[in-house]
Write a protein that binds this ligand. Structure first.
Ligand code: ATP
Ligand code: MG
Length: 379
């Protein structure tokens, strides 16, 4: 394979101190070791990387032995987490080959064959994600043309998109996310393959998709991602009960604005927004037979959530919060004088109020006065 080595000096302040420590230790023990993947891509683009991943030719057991506070994890592929605190760790992966054992469906079941850096390159998803950085030599190592793609803002697949998406359909939503994140263009081959193969996403385990969905929407370009997912037919494999409306648009733009301002966001809020319309429709049907408003609400909520978790699993605490937000809407709408204080004291008030406010500014303009009332009384 042809290799390009380009000298790039990243500002030390941009590099994660713990990642540098890990690399130093592995390097001193005589192994080859690099920063790899998304962090190199983001550094080159002048973005702050979310996490710093390390790749080495040392075997997981050898890495584990070098760090007292480390643990071996993963079944499908073994990795080492070097711990710096309960939440803060650096992931170290051993170079492995693209050779994979696949099931009949084409899905990868095992890919733990170790290899060299060239093998490691071709198992990665996109050219832009297959760059290695040697922090000692200040060199970016590029086997696939990732540097050119970064400067041209283009996303090309390593290998044949049809095959690589078959092996792991999650790569399709990664492509869509990186397209928005980097304002980049997907290669025509990727574009065509996703249009053809979007349906494969429904074979991915709901548990894995939960994590991926948070990455899709908790960012500064969430609405754009939503629209692309819909355009490619991927959205219906994640949220088949969800269809774009002005409320969803407002909520996604609002989430992005909060992230820009470093305000906290919770996935419960967005999921509640995504499923609100379906919940309302279910409620109308159920209410015809069920006299009690609350029982009908509870039943509609439960049914919509059960349908959802067949696609993307949601933890129990999160579905409980979604139901709270929904249940509180009618209480807020009533503005019952005796209940005002009780509602203000409810720990979920803030979220339910934000939800009502966005409804009033989108699908329910008749609630503008109600929203004003709640804005006033909480101050
Ligand atoms: P970000 O951290 O911004 O989400 P990233 O590219 O760092 O983006 P990670 O999930 O952290 O994404 O993965 C790190 C690297 O691992 C990627 O850059 C890519 O090289 C490789 N990778 C991740 N997921 C896949 C996949 N499904 N198929 C092939 N390679 C992958
Ligand atoms: Mg990353």
């Amino acid at each position: 394979m042809k290799v390009i080595r380009q000298t790039v000096k990243f500002d030390k302040k941009l590099l994660d101190k713990n990642a540098v420590k890990v690399i130093d230790t592995i390097h001193k023990a005589g192994f080859e070791v690099y920063l790899v993947g998304g962090c190199v891509r983001d550094l080159l683009l002048g973005l702050r990387p979310k996490d710093f991943d390390v790749a080495t030719n040392a075997k997981p057991e050898q890495v584990h032995k070098l760090f007292k506070r480390s643990r071996l994890i993963g079944r499908r592929f073994r990795l080492v987490h070097v711990m710096f605190s309960a939440r803060n760790f650096i992931e170290v992966a051993t170079f492995r080959s693209g050779k994979v054992q696949t099931a009949k469906s084409g899905v990868i079941v095992r890919d733990n064959c170790y290899g060299n850096i060239e093998d490691d390159v071709i198992r990665r998803d996109f050219n832009i994600n297959a760059l290695y950085y040697d922090i000692k030599k200040h060199q970016v190592i590029d086997y696939v043309g990732g540097l050119i793609d970064i400067s041209n803002k283009e996303i090309h697949m390593i290998g044949e998109p049809t095959l690589r998406f078959e092996q792991d359909p999650v790569r399709m939503i990664r492509a869509v996310r990186f397209q928005s994140k980097l304002s980049a263009k997907l290669s025509p081959e990727i574009h065509a393959s996703i249009l053809n193969q979007a349906h494969l996403l429904s074979h991915v385990s709901p548990a894995r998709l939960y994590e991926e969905c948070i990455k899709l929407f908790h960012n500064e370009y969430a609405f754009e991602v939503f629209e692309s997912l819909e355009k490619y037919g991927l959205l219906q494999c994640l949220f088949k009960q969800t269809h774009k409306n002005s409320f969803i648009k407002k909520a996604l733009l609002n989430t992005s604005a909060r992230i820009k301002q470093n305000k906290p966001v919770t996935p419960a809020f967005l999921f509640a927004v995504f499923l609100w319309q379906a919940q309302n429709e279910r409620f109308i049907v159920i209410k015809k037979k069920q006299k009690s408003f609350y029982l009908a609400m509870a039943k509609a909520s439960e049914e919509v959530i059960i349908t959802q978790i067949q696609q993307v699993s949601l933890p129990k605490w999160l579905t409980a919060r979604i139901k709270d937000i929904w249940m509180m809407q009618s209480k807020l709408e009533k503005m019952h004088p005796k209940k005002v204080q009780e509602l203000l004291d409810n720990p979920r008030f803030r979220m339910a109020y934000d939800f009502l406010l966005l409804r009033s500014k989108s699908i329910n303009p008749e609630l503008l006065e109600t929203a004003k009332f709640w804005t006033k009384v909480q101050n």
